[in-house]
Design a protein around this ligand. Structure first.
Ligand code: BEZ
Length: 209
């Protein structure tokens, strides 16, 4: 087994860190990385992580030369250039911009869902803002609707950067918003996810029970 040369600052609950781990599994690079778990919230930062990433966010990837990469999109792009297989991020042309746009939509679902988690779990109850929560929920629904109607064929053809992003986003909705019951409204996404969630990379990176 190769000695790990990189360190990934992560949390097992972070869907952004999960995207990186899934790509590492999919590209045969998992053993190149040591995991360092960081316990943090937006109001309880981690000093060690802050020294590496002033934004105080996970994931962050420390390379063998000490340089640190963040955020997840930059790390994914870097790692996708470190293996010899077919790239998971198309390198040029229309396919690149389309797949990155779908990946950005999956990230938008995650931004909204993680924000909702902080608002409903961390923020003191008397300071919560129901209209903001509702608007984030609507953002998630609009994104899922568009993916259901316009992207299923593209998602099905390859488990690439867009598919990894969406699979991690749907996994996070199941983890933190099971009451959303998204499968009822988006049956094609549900069928697609039932299949991709069985992949070894997804099984090995499930959020904590
Ligand atoms: C969560 O517990 O939902 C979470 C943890 C780390 C990053 C994002 C979300």
């Amino acid at each position: 087994m190769a000695t790990p040369s990189m360190t990934l600052f992560h949390s097992p609950a972070s869907p952004f860190a999960r995207k990186v781990l899934v790509l590492l599994h999919e590209t045969g690079q998992r053993e190149r990385v040591t995991l360092e778990e960081v316990k943090l919230t937006p109001v309880n930062p981690d000093r060690t992580l802050n020294a590496h990433n002033p934004a105080g966010k996970i994931p962050a990837l420390r390379l063998a030369d000490g340089n640190v990469l963040y955020d997840s999109r930059v790390i994914l792009e870097y790692l996708d250039q470190q293996h010899v297989g077919e790239p998971l991020i198309p390198q040029c042309g229309a396919p690149r911009w389309r797949r990155l746009t779908l990946a950005a939509l999956a990230d938008a679902i995650l931004d909204a869902a993680v924000g909702m988690r902080y608002e409903s779990f961390l923020r003191p109850e008397d300071k919560r803002w129901p209209q903001w929560l509702e608007a984030q929920g609507e953002k998630i629904e609009r994104a899922l609707q568009q993916l259901e109607e316009q992207a299923i064929a593209e998602l099905t053809c390859r488990f690439d950067i867009a598919a990894i992003g969406l699979a991690c986003a749907l996994g996070y909705l199941d983890f933190r918003q099971p009451e959303r019951a998204w499968r009822q409204r988006f049956p094609q996404l549900a069928a697609w996810y039932a299949e991709v969630s069985q992949r070894p990379s997804m099984q090995a990176t499930q959020p904590p029970a």
